[in-house]
Design a protein around this ligand. Sequence first.
Ligand SMILES: [Zn+2]
Length: 332
Amino acid sequence: MILTGLLLFITLASLACDDKNSPQSVKQTPAESAPDKRPALTFPPDSGMLPKFDGDRALQYVKDIVKFGPRPLGSANHKKVEDYLLSRLKGDDVENDTFTADTPVGKFPVHNIIAKFPGTKDGVVVVASHYDTNYPLRNTAYVGANDGGSSSALLLELANQLRGKTREGYSVWLVWDDAEEAMKPESETPFLEDSLYGINHLAETWQADGTLKKIKAFLLADMIGDADLSVERDANSTSWLEDAVYEAATRLGYQSHFFERNNQVSDDHIPFMKRGVPCADLIDFLYGYNNVFWHTPQDTVDKLSPKSLEIVGAVVLETIGILDKMEPLPPK
Ligand SMILES: [Zn+2]
């Protein structure tokens, strides 16, 4: 992923303090001449049920994944992680989306893994995470514990919670997308021209075969294991779905870990956003002071916490529970 912009917030409080004649004063528009076009968002009542998510087990999965070492596209370690993910999904309804990606550094096999958990309601909520590590860092000790590891582990634990139960709601499809990371250093190729190979292919395939119409929401998890968890509000995501995520976090008492910062993030959700699917990117893109651990050999398990995994896992499940009962879902 990459940050495409940093949004500065002007709070209402700071505006209210301004002198009316100061250059910063805001012209008030009468409400009747500028109606709020956003649909009034009402969330279904809180059932009070706490979603179950085992953060310790999820952290163990992160450890399992990073133990294979760096897992760049085309490597033996990458294949081992594919096999590991599939072994944990044995008996589940798994679809494999495999193809060859033509990248600036050659052709590579790409393997998206989709595990489907049926619901009683027509429609699908996708939860996605990439699992590869950055290709230009392939000859370093970079293992992406947080970047790719934490969210892939999160999805494995979500599978544990979804497995063997009747879902009274939308079907949930977990997607481990591949080849998210750039193949060349960002200084040489713009990120969006050399990344997201797997998820672009999946979005195109699902658009072509009509699957895309069934997808009600796309929730993306990325870098969510940081012990110092602070998930961004992303301006490239769908506003009402971000609101639903915040509502879920608030219901669980986890809101202090959400939306303290506002950013604009280019990530795996972009191909689905472009195709009109409501998306929310759950990402904490401040990993160590000034993001110093990101894409470095310092991205290791000791920086992560089972509690952070539990918080994001529970918020994802609570968000899906809210979506199940929102009738109708707001337009994008
Ligand atoms: Zn990355």
